[in-house]
Design a protein around this ligand. Structure first.
Ligand code: SF4
Length: 466
């Protein structure tokens, strides 16, 4: 297997975060710094590239680069960028390869003026629209979905930008949250089903937009509300306005934001993410009841659910797998049989807590099972008498087409094996998932969530095999 493929394998062991967005319309010239800190808080949503575009009402300027936010920007960069308005983006490539041309924000200069666009999500009619526009003479420079929107906005006949934006968004189908910086205004919008998050915040009387509320906490801001599905919000220094481009709903917010993607200190409309994960652990404990001596989370993704599980079962909760915080990105191992070393670089067991115990490991999701297998072996090697594994979400049996890393369905272990076979594959004494019914009971069946990767009920037809 080629080195590149090994890296991909490693990446596919979890569904990957999509992208993170941050935008601000400030009354001071601090947009570059605020956007930098906002993106830094959203780093978990994408580590492949980062970019910031700022402006003062006319020309726009920016910087983009491959890697983490702190690697792309230093203090000098932020001092050189000059702007009251800014948008920023961290990316993990979903649609479009991980190419320099696909870094965001996308900066477009045309006779109608300059604008910058950034988005999170995936269009289900992207290919169709791209073909239509190319047939009409448009030339594309990237494979980004948002370049389609840029071309739609640039079509002749539109003199009013906001009308053009409303009409162009009506042509898009799929899951997206987006930011546009144009002139002295930052626009934000969410698709009519609201798959991907976008939240309005406020700091010192100025307004901001971000994928998650944790971005506001970092800079001393507060949450105002979520952008509604089908809504466009318009930020200018010291004020925000809102108008609709489509009727909302039925809402289909991505349930995986609660399960894995979002930071535990973020909140969406249902509740704080950490608390939701704790409740999922509690619900799992009601459905999966192996005999055990202690509960250990798979860090960090299983931490909150394991607390909820341990509390519900009245069992000791131990952080007995220690994460090496300084590993950073995955190393590409030269040989496939060195994958175990990869896991050992990241995690280390506390033998004194584990030896002779019946351990219940808790994780948030199981996509391929490769890493889980090494973790289970690590816990056994540390002397565990039994190892049980609880997953606080249902089996991931279907691919996501709405802006996540589109893992091929045959790569999902639950699409090929039943629970007993998966348990055997990862080497546990027992394996238990939260049931789909349990998940739907928690979130409310038909109450505004997408759970297609568990249920196969895709809310949108299109480029998803429906
Ligand atoms: S398919 Fe899964 S990951 Fe994708 S939007 Fe729906 S719930 Fe989220």
């Amino acid at each position: 297997m080629r080195k590149r493929d090994l890296a991909r394998e490693e990446n596919l062991d979890k569904f990957r975060e999509e992208c993170g967005l941050f935008g601000v319309a400030s009354s001071k010239k601090d947009a570059p710094q605020l956007t930098f800190f906002g993106l830094h808080a959203l780093q978990h949503r994408g580590q492949e590239s980062a970019g910031i575009v700022v402006g003062n009402g006319q020309e726009l300027e920016g910087k983009k680069g491959m890697g983490l936010v702190t690697r792309v920007f230093d203090q000098k960069d932020l001092e050189e960028l000059d702007g009251r308005m800014g948008i920023g983006h961290v990316r993990y490539s979903t649609s479009g390869a991980n190419l320099i041309a696909n870094m965001q924000p996308l900066l477009i200069r045309s006779l109608k003026g300059s604008m910058a666009l950034a988005h999170n999500g995936n269009l289900t009619n992207g290919h169709e629209l791209r073909e239509e526009l190319e047939n009409g003479g448009s030339i594309f420079h990237s494979t980004l979905d948002m370049e389609i929107l840029a071309h739609l906005l640039a079509r002749p006949g539109f003199s009013d930008f906001e009308k053009a934006l409303q009409e162009s968004l009506l042509r898009l189908e799929g899951a997206y949250a987006l930011l546009i910086l144009r002139g002295d205004t930052v626009y934000g919008a969410r698709d009519p089903q609201g798959f991907r998050p976008l939240i309005i915040g406020q700091v010192d009387g100025d307004y901001m937009l971000a994928s998650e509320s944790c971005a506001f906490h970092t800079i001393g801001g507060r949450v105002v509300r979520e952008v509604e599905p089908g809504e466009i919000v318009k930020l200018k220094s010291g004020k925000f306005e809102s108008f609709r481009f489509a009727d909302p709903g039925p809402e289909k917010f991505c349930v995986f934001e609660y399960i894995y993607f979002a930071r535990p200190d973020s909140s969406f409309s249902l509740d704080n993410v950490h608390r939701v994960r704790q409740k999922m652990g509690k619900q799992l404990a009601a459905e999966y009841n192996p005999e055990g001596d202690l509960v250990i989370p798979v860090p960090d993704s299983g931490n909150s659910a394991a607390q909820g599980f341990a509390r519900a079962r009245n069992l000791p909760f131990e952080l007995a797998l220690i994460k090496n915080k300084y590993v950073g990105r995955s190393f590409i191992m030269p040989r496939q049989d060195m994958r175990e070393t990869q896991v050992k670089l990241k995690l280390s067991p506390i033998r004194e807590l584990i030896e002779g115990k019946r351990v219940i490991l808790i994780d948030d999701s199981l996509v391929r099972g490769t890493t889980s297998r090494y973790i289970v072996k690590m816990v056994r090697d540390a002397g565990a008498r039994e190892v049980h594994l609880g997953i606080s979400s249902p089996p991931v049996s279907f691919s996501c087409y709405y802006g996540l890393d589109t893992t091929r369905r045959q790569e999902l272990i639950a699409a090929r094996k039943n629970t007993a076979e998966i348990g055997e594959h990862v080497g546990v004494d027992s394996l238990g998932y939260l049931s789909l019914e349990g998940l739907q009971e928690m979130f409310g069946k038909n109450m505004g969530y997408c759970d297609a990767c568990f249920s196969g009920n895709y809310p949108l037809a299109g480029e998803n095999g429906n």
